[in-house]
Design a protein around this ligand. Structure first.
Ligand SMILES: [Zn+2]
Length: 370
């Protein structure tokens, strides 16, 4: 006898992508609400460069998947660490010089409202674990904004899990022993060793004539003589009297692979999640796409809110809202926070308007998501 089984309907029905993208904001917010509710605190978050555009950080890729800045050639890992005069030239005279001038705007960037909303999902336990492809340190800053809003009588809970898949510009490490130090400290060392460049950088800050920067803190300089720029080796190696390791920003470059620890951690977070909420990313990098693909193959629901095409469009279980994540999150959070008075909710309520919108000076036309 053939047993006929009636498939159970998922509690959040899948809508065709066009229909989902055209929902009015309140219905889009309700759809997100059901998605998160059905996740029962095990919704995993994956975010990308599209989230940071409003903080003046330029997205790598625009609507059609091209680099937003056509003149930008990303630094390649093999160039940075090449152990030869050519590698040395790349490191000291080009990469670090550009990075030295390009870092202050990244250092000073503030989280925008969308960063705060995403941190709110984490702090409220709605989607506690978060994997980001962003290296701009704005997600940690957003969590700090909410944590600092907790009343002194009710200390903030421990920071929620945030994995920076491609590293962070807030740190550097040496290639010899992977000694880590803060980028701010290393920036100071660079400034001390290169007083003329430091004057140039200060002048740029004074006049607001900041160079164009890309999301990795790199800056595009043409016709500049890099030969005068000096790059210190690892301070920790030096203090221990060993060979000074080459210092590298703690970010994954194009052509470089993730460390096994980070890769494993990302796979663990994604596999422990019951569903994935993907925000502001085209998932163009394989390290992030792999997590979504794996969730799709395991039959997990996936909701993507991002403008433009993504690499995961059309995968099984993927729902797509082609719109900016921030507006949907804001509407959803307003609803969630209504009538809630616990310290967590109060702290989040107070933080919602602390995001700062600052567009990069030369963004034209529709804003890009990465
Ligand atoms: Zn070292």
């Amino acid at each position: 006898m053939v047993r006929i089984s009636i498939p159970t309907l998922p509690s959040t029905p899948l809508l065709p992508p066009t229909q989902l993208s055209l929902l009015p904001l309140n219905l889009a917010s309700q759809h997100l609400s059901r998605f998160i509710q059905d996740g029962k605190g095990k919704t995993g978050l994956i975010t990308g460069a599209g989230v940071s555009v409003d903080s003046g950080i330029r997205a790598y890729r625009g609507k059609e998947g091209h680099y937003s800045n056509p003149n930008y050639t990303p630094i390649l890992y093999h160039e940075l660490v090449e152990n030869s005069p050519r590698g040395e030239m790349f490191r000291s005279r080009i990469d670090w010089a550009r990075s030295f001038l390009g870092y202050p705007p990244v250092r000073d960037a503030r989280p925008n409202p969308t960063h705060i909303y995403i941190a709110a999902l984490q702090v409220l336990g709605l989607a506690p674990k978060h994997i980001t492809q962003n290296v701009d340190n704005l997600h940690p800053k957003a969590i700090s904004v909410i944590q600092s809003s907790f009343p002194s009588t009710f200390p903030a809970p421990p920071r929620p899990t945030l994995l920076e898949l491609h590293g962070t510009l807030a740190k550097v490490h040496c290639l010899e022993h992977r000694h880590e130090q803060s980028r701010d400290d290393y920036q100071q060392e660079l400034a001390d060793m290169n007083p003329v460049w430091n004057e140039e950088a200060k002048e740029a800050e004074r006049t607001g004539r900041r160079p164009r920067t890309n999301p990795d803190g790199d800056v595009d300089l043409r016709g500049v003589d890099y030969t005068s720029f000096r790059v210190p080796g690892c301070r920790i190696c030096r203090e221990r009297g060993g060979k000074e390791g080459i210092v590298k920003p703690n970010v994954v470059f194009f052509g470089e692979t993730l460390t096994p620890q980070v890769r494993d951690q990302s796979l663990t977070i994604a596999s422990e999640a019951s569903r994935l909420l993907v925000l502001g990313t085209s998932l163009a990098t394989y390290s992030a796409f792999r997590l979504v693909k794996q969730a799709s193959e395991s039959g997990k629901p996936i909701l993507i809110i991002s403008t433009g095409p993504t690499r995961a469009d059309g995968l099984k279980g993927v729902e797509k809202m082609d719109r900016r994540a921030g507006e949907v999150l804001r509407t959803y959070l307003n609803d969630v926070l209504k009538n809630q008075t616990t310290p967590e909710y109060q702290a989040v309520k107070e933080s919602l308007d602390k995001g700062v919108i600052k567009l990069p000076p030369d963004v034209e036309g529709p804003r890009a998501e990465g």
